[in-house]
Write a protein that binds this ligand. Structure first.
Ligand code: KG4
Ligand code: ZN
Length: 331
């Protein structure tokens, strides 16, 4: 079964062709992140205006790259939320129009669920085993989910303020680094002299009895330390990354132990982070839990994960009535 997956929830526009929820035949990603760099964040109107221009060529390229004609598609999948309304509308309206014109079933996908299903895409280190705990860490969300089987999502907790990705982006801006902040912080942190710091940042809520997170306090601590002016950006970045990763790993592990999870799957832009991958894998090894991450390019927003989620969920919707849903979350 060949599905065209379309993703336009934030500043990326992506289209991909995936076979049977696993095999990525093509995955084209057009990003307007360079245009947001001078503002240190996403400007929604700029993103949407760019997406109108690139969405059709991106879909055409995905078909071409997969050596697939529109007639060979079995369905069209669209991420209809959560996200920025202007960006969502462009993907949703395009998908509705194509589904009608090409007479294909239209499948609606929750973007966050897409990040989870990225872990089923090939090449994968192993196939996730149920029950499992999923950590979704993106620019807009930080959520822990319990999955007992395909298609069943029980929300365990999430951030009470900033998401992990937002914290990376805001701290990067404070430190004078580029946008998006996650990869920039990871880069300078890896060049720093680890273990030489004279300070330690807080690990907010690491010992709380629930599965919630809070990242705005770490950001404030960084602002205070950076304001003192005698520490280098590498050291601060390193300590910040350690603090965020420690909280994410600790809470995910706690949830997995409580629900006797066999696997941990991680998705969303922050799951591209090498230090998170390293520390989560270590924790899994020590506790006999299989830890799975998508390929790095499948961690950040992409169309392939939307096509994969559509294959497993098969949430067929009416192209005449589907609406973008900026506030969509887990049930
Ligand atoms: O999932 P995503 O591509 O878009 C949303 O759904 O929001 O996530 C984007 C977020 C940004 O905050 C970005 O800074 C972060 O993911 N990110 C990273 C890394 N790569 C992207 N954070 C930490 N380390 C990275 N290597
Ligand atoms: Zn995302």
């Amino acid at each position: 079964m060949r599905i065209l997956g379309i993703e336009s929830t934030c500043d990326e526009t992506s289209a991909a062709i995936v076979e049977d929820g696993k095999k990525v035949l093509s995955n084209i990603v057009a990003s307007s992140s360079l245009m947001h760099q001078k503002y240190g964040g996403i400007v929604p109107e700029v993103a949407a205006r760019e997406q109108i221009k690139v969405i059709i060529p991106t879909i055409q390229e995905a078909l071409l790259d997969a050596n697939t004609t529109s007639a060979e598609l079995d369905a069209i999948a669209i991420a209809y939320g959560p996200g920025l309304i202007g960006s969502l509308l462009i993907g949703v309206e395009t998908a509705r129009a194509l589904a009608l014109a090409w007479e294909k079933p239209l499948i609606g996908v929750n973007h966050l669920v897409g990040h989870i299903y990225a872990n089923w895409l090939e090449p994968a280190s192993s196939v996730p085993q149920f029950p499992l705990v999923a950590l979704v860490v993106s620019g807009g969300h930080t959520d822990l989910i319990l999955m007992k089987k395909m298609g069943q999502f029980k929300w365990l907790g999430g951030t009470r303020d900033d998401s992990a990705g937002e914290a990376f982006d805001k701290v990067a801006r404070v430190l004078g680094l580029g946008y998006p902040g996650g990869p920039e912080i990871e880069k300078v942190a890896s060049q720093s002299q680890s273990g030489k710091s004279t300070f330690r940042l807080p690990r907010p809520m690491i010992g709380s009895g629930d599965f919630d997170f809070s990242f705005s306090g770490i950001k404030t601590a960084v602002v205070n330390i950076a304001g003192k002016g005698n520490l280098d950006v590498g050291t601060i970045s390193y300590e910040f990354q350690e603090a965020v990763v420690d909280v994410l790993v600790s809470k995910t592990l706690k949830a997995t132990k409580k629900y006797r999870g066999k696997s941990i799957v991680v998705g969303g832009g922050v799951s591209a982070n090498g230090r998170l991958r390293e520390k989560m894998a270590d924790a899994g090894e020590k506790n006999n839990i299989d830890v799975i991450f998508p390929e790095k390019r499948m961690s950040i927003d992409n169309g392939a994960m939307i096509a994969a989620a559509a294959f497993y969920e098969k949430n067929i919707v009416d192209p005449l009535t589907l609406r973008a849903d900026p506030g969509l979350h887990f049930d």
